[in-house]
Design a protein around this ligand. Sequence first.
Ligand code: CU
Length: 131
Amino acid sequence: MKHSKLIQEVIAVILVLLATIGTAKAIFKYEDNLTKKRNVIEVKPTNNFGWNPEVIRVKKGELVKIRVNNTTAVSHGFGIAGLGVEAKPIYPGHQELFEFTPTKTGEFSFNCTVVCDKNNHLGMTGKIIVE
Ligand SMILES: [Cu+2]
């Protein structure tokens, strides 16, 4: 009788420990996801053929994640020639994630790479400052 009570207590302690470890893991994972989200720079093409934001500041040697979210009604593209970021088209209502690690400091322009408008497309540029 005494033995089985001891076994029950040991099992209870083990269950509590497992639950605690599980909770701690879940919290770490949640925080990790938050950090990942925080590190993403959100960029949107605007309805008047510009970018929001127009200027992005990043650090040399640090991974940059830029999510381009096209909430306009026309297709746009995004590319940064000076940093070797290959251009991709982004269709209306779609988003694309661009990841790169700048290896040099300086100012670079990012551009729309899809002819979105005959008058305004060429002016659709923004600036990335690598510090
Ligand atoms: Cu364009």
